[in-house]
Design a protein around this ligand. Structure first.
Ligand code: DAH
Length: 338
């Protein structure tokens, strides 16, 4: 004869198997395993059993309880996975998906990235400085006296407190030397501002990469080597680079840099792309005064500096006719740089 506990187990398993939804399964669970369920009732009865019966019935009760609990869990898991596949079945996989447009980097950003990568290979580190500057960092420290035309209010944007939007990234030369003793080899990409009448080649905000290299015995040959390498990496190996004498207050000698390349549109024309020169001793003296030491002794250290016009370089490289396109957010323009 089947033991009544085994009978209970078989009844429970049959009911669990035939339950068609979660609520019915829960009812079955309560009926057998709930506090006053019929399997639980056997637990209560244990007390009244004869001593020699207890181990056998106790073991059997455990087995029955475990078997029923496991069956309920299995059935519950089946319900859950049915529900999930039911939800999936309602998705129409033949519907077209949501298109995601892939963006492209702005041509100026692409220009930064290419340029920075080339200078990094030459061992230049990145330096930074603020767009809102004081006159000292923008002019005095760069050997540009108060009467210099670049300081005129018509040429620059001044704030009411006397500060200004920097007119060039050369300010970062000063900030870097103030905080760091030589030797130094940095570039600093950033925006510069001038009070310009805006046209196809002039903007009130434009972009530069400043470079500064200070070490012992730095010469014009080092400057030419570095910039020629840069231009050839950027525009191709048959690019010609020309250095023409010029004047900047903070360099002596000063040189303007021109390039010409058959790879470029308008091929046989020299195009001006940078200012450069050998750092003026007066700049080192200003830095020393601000530092309160003689770290930049002009008898010991020398350096070259340069400022590259990023907008100009990008216009040449990508054959862009009008500077204003960079700031107009016109997707027809921007999409061409994918
Ligand atoms: N700061 C100059 C400008 O914006 C460019 C320049 C010229 C930067 C000579 C330099 C330099 O570092 O040595 O027109």
């Amino acid at each position: 004869m089947t033991h009544p506990l085994l009978q209970l187990r078989d009844d429970a398993l049959r009911e669990i198997e035939s339950a068609t939804e979660e609520q019915a399964l829960e009812t079955t669970r309560v009926k057998y395993l709930g506090r006053s369920g019929s399997i639980s009732a056997w637990g209560e009865q244990m007390k009244t059993l004869a001593k020699e019966e207890k181990p056998f019935i106790g073991k059997l009760l455990n087995e029955v309880r475990n078997a029923v609990t496991a069956a309920i869990e299995t059935r519950n898991a089946q319900f859950r996975s049915q529900k999930e596949s039911g939800a999936l079945a309602r998705i129409d996989i033949s519907l077209p998906g949501t298109p995601h447009e892939i963006g492209v980097l702005h041509p100026l950003t692409q220009m930064w990235e290419r340029s920075i990568e080339i200078f990094r290979r030459m061992g230049f580190a990145l330096a930074d400085g603020p767009d809102i500057e004081d006159e000292w960092h923008c002019f005095d420290a760069l050997n540009t006296p108060p009467e210099h035309p670049a300081r005129s209010e018509q040429d620059t944007f001044y704030l009411p407190d006397g500060r200004l939007l920097r007119t060039h990234t050369s300010t970062v030369q000063i900030r870097t030397m103030e905080s760091t003793p030589p030797p130094i080899r940095v570039i600093s990409p950033g925006a510069a501002y001038r009070n310009e009448d805006i046209d196809a080649t002039h903007a009130a905000q434009f972009h530069q990469i400043e470079g500064l290299y200070v070490d012992e015995n730095v010469s014009v040959a080092d400057l030419k080597g570095a910039l020629e390498f840069f231009m050839r990496e950027l525009f191709g190996s048959d690019t010609a680079v020309q250095f023409r004498p010029h004047f900047f207050p903070f360099t002596e000698p000063s040189l303007e840099v021109y390039v010409k390349s058959r790879a470029l549109k308008g091929g046989e024309q020299w195009i001006e792309v940078a200012g450069s020169g050998i750092v003026h001793p007066a700049v080192f003296e200003q830095v020393n005064k601000a530092r309160g030491d003689k770290a930049y002794d002009p008898e010991k250290w020398s350096g070259y500096a340069f400022g590259l016009g990023m907008d100009r370089l990008a216009m040449i490289l990508f054959d862009i006719p009008d500077l204003r396109l960079f700031a107009q957010n016109d997707l027809r323009f921007l999409r061409q740089f994918a």
